[in-house]
Design a protein around this ligand. Structure first.
Ligand code: NAP
Length: 513
């Protein structure tokens, strides 16, 4: 494939707006949790890289809010060090100088109404420096504070009905189950209008995930075969080789189903399987995704064991290093039944997909890190060659690789040169790294920039989150009532053998991780 520069590639692509041209209006960005880990690793570097790429307006200020004692100077030093450590482009002094004086700190407790009065005054001061700004509130905090902060902002006139564009960006997890997600949506929507709420699933900010839509809807050859008649099954995998690190406090009460399937994999599923949106705008795209999620079959408690497998990693070896079992990780109880692996067969009851299963799989401490979507096509109906001559013929497979080797490959069958008719699979490949020059932005850069522009296409709407929970809630309920826990798999392996049985019909098998 010829190498093209992004500048050449952009105009031909109807889905990629010319973002270099688009500048958000003057903004005050308020980061609740500005001194936390997410701000240090993702948000502050994203702000820096947007500034460096010329994608922020001149009038752009950041207020970081935290509980610890501090002042502007200390916050700026913290931001400097965080950016230097985590920015994908490093940190250059010229860009930093344009940003440094725009970073402010506000100390306070989220439960204290005084904090919100002070914030309103601070924002009014920004407005007095050269005209009214839009306001973007980013909640990089524990979900326990989402409702409180939203309501407190509304109580000082910074929520629904504010006299200028105002947005609320919310991190995952959005709810612990269906009931809490519904309650949270109610609570937040009492303070902000749905059109102001930007729920983040950072997977949607990844280039390859956006490319999925371009692949599907800007290439005419795929649509005719993108259905039950030609697709035998689909596998969507998000495998990690790492364990839970120091995240036991969160992870042990969440597990893989809540941490990955409920959000990231449900999003990938809906993008792969949804109907073509008429336009690439927020509500049109999200309407199609919700429609797809509504057609996902809900399992009864009796059906769950036939369709879903949960696992938990035991001890083993990963990357040449001996690693402990999940229950031996720091702060994990010895008798934890938390799932660190889930494999699930999803049935979509609509005309396009009825009878074509989608297999979702995610897990920690597997043999390697990979996120991919593999579309396995049906075998040819008849082979005009004597099978003994040509050997095994694998069906075609399209693999969209989300990470780490971003790209796509199509498996075809080709004849091995020579006198006999032996064949073997070959790959037609496209790789981001070699096909496009230039660095892809981080997911958080894209999402922050979209929110500054008021474009909610890559954010999850309330009804979308609720449908995601409706799909997995019966499974969580079944697991809670079960006497047996997750199947134990060896760290560094492909996952529990029970997951192989889930797939083992008609010669199906999991792709090697
Ligand atoms: P964190 O490191 O614990 O940071 C929490 C932040 O909130 C700190 O700035 C802290 O300020 C502030 N804070 C906590 N309680 C407060 C209170 N009562 N009043 C005022 N400030 C308070 O957490 P995090 O890892 O950044 O995670 C934040 C959110 O992002 C969570 O919902 C998490 O699930 C989500 N998330 C995180 C990541 C990640 O990579 N870290 C990735 C995806 C999603 P002080 O430090 O000054 O006390």
């Amino acid at each position: 494939m010829a190498t093209v520069t992004p500048a050449e590639a952009l105009p031909e692509n109807p889905f990629v707006q010319d973002i270099e041209e688009e500048l958000p209006s003057p903004t005050s960005l308020v980061v609740f949790g500005g001194t936390g880990d997410l701000a240090a690793r993702k948000l502050l570097p994203a702000v820096y890289n947007l500034r460096r790429g010329g994608l922020l307006p001149q009038k752009f200020d950041v207020i970081g809010i935290g509980r610890r004692a501090g002042d502007h100077k200390r916050f700026r030093r913290h931001a400097h060090d965080s950016i230097a450590e985590h920015s994908r482009t490093g940190l250059d002094d010229d860009t930093w100088k344009t940003l440094e004086s725009r970073l402010e700190f506000l100390q306070g407790d989220f439960d204290d109404p005084k904090l919100f009065k002070e914030l309103a005054e601070r924002l009014a001061r920004h407005d007095s420096r050269g005209g009214p700004r839009q306001r973007v509130f980013y909640l990089a905090v524990s979900p326990a504070f989402f409702g409180t902060i939203a309501k407190s902002l509304a109580s000082v006139g910074l929520g629904a009905g504010a006299e200028r564009p105002t947005r609320l960006m919310i991190e995952k997890p959005f709810g612990h189950d269906l009931e809490t997600a519904l309650a949270l949506n109610d609570e937040i929507s009492s303070a902000f209008d749905e059109s102001q709420i930007f729920r983040i699933d950072h997977y949607l900010g990844k280039e390859t995930v956006q490319n999925l839509q371009v692949m599907r809807f800007a290439n005419g050859i795929l649509e005719p075969v993108w259905n039950r008649r030609y697709v035998e099954h689909v596998q969507i995998t998000m495998a990690e080789d790492i364990g839970i690190g120091r995240r036991a406090a969160y992870y042990d009460s969440a597990g893989a189903m809540r941490d990955v399937i409920q959000n990231h994999l449900m999003q990938l599923l809906s993008l792969v399987a949804m109907e073509a949106p008429v336009r690439f705008d927020a509500n049109t795209v999200r309407d199609e995704k919700v429609k797809l999620l509504r057609s996902v079959r809900r399992y009864t408690q009796d059906e769950v064991p036939d369709y879903v497998v949960r696992g938990q990693y035991g001890a083993g070896w990963v990357g040449g290093e001996e690693v402990p079992a999940y229950i031996r990780e720091e702060n994990v109880p010895d008798d934890s039944r938390t799932d660190t692996y889930v494999a699930m067969r999803v049935e979509i009851d609509n005309w396009r997909w009825a009878g074509t299963p989608f297999y979702l799989r995610c897990g920690k401490r597997l043999s390697r890190r990979v996120t991919e979507i593999a579309v396995r096509f049906r075998p040819v109906p008849h082979l005009p060659f004597a099978r003994a001559d040509i050997g095994e013929v694998e069906p075609n497979e399209l693999v969209l690789s989300v990470q780490p080797d971003e790209g796509a490959s199509l498996r075809l069958v080709a004849k091995i040169p020579g006198q006999s008719m032996y064949v073997r699979p070959v790959q037609m490949e496209f790789k981001y790294g070699t096909s496009f020059l230039g660095d892809s932005p981080e997911a958080y850069e894209r999402l922050l920039h979209d929110a500054l522009l008021g474009d909610a296409t890559l954010f999850t709407r309330a009804d979308e989150v609720e449908e995601e929970w409706r799909i997995i809630q019966p499974i969580l309920d079944t697991w809670r009532a079960e006497s047996n826990g997750p199947a134990i798999y060896e760290a560094g392996s492909q996952g529990p053998p029970e997951a192989d049985e889930l797939l083992a019909v008609r010669g199906r098998r999991w792709r090697q991780i």
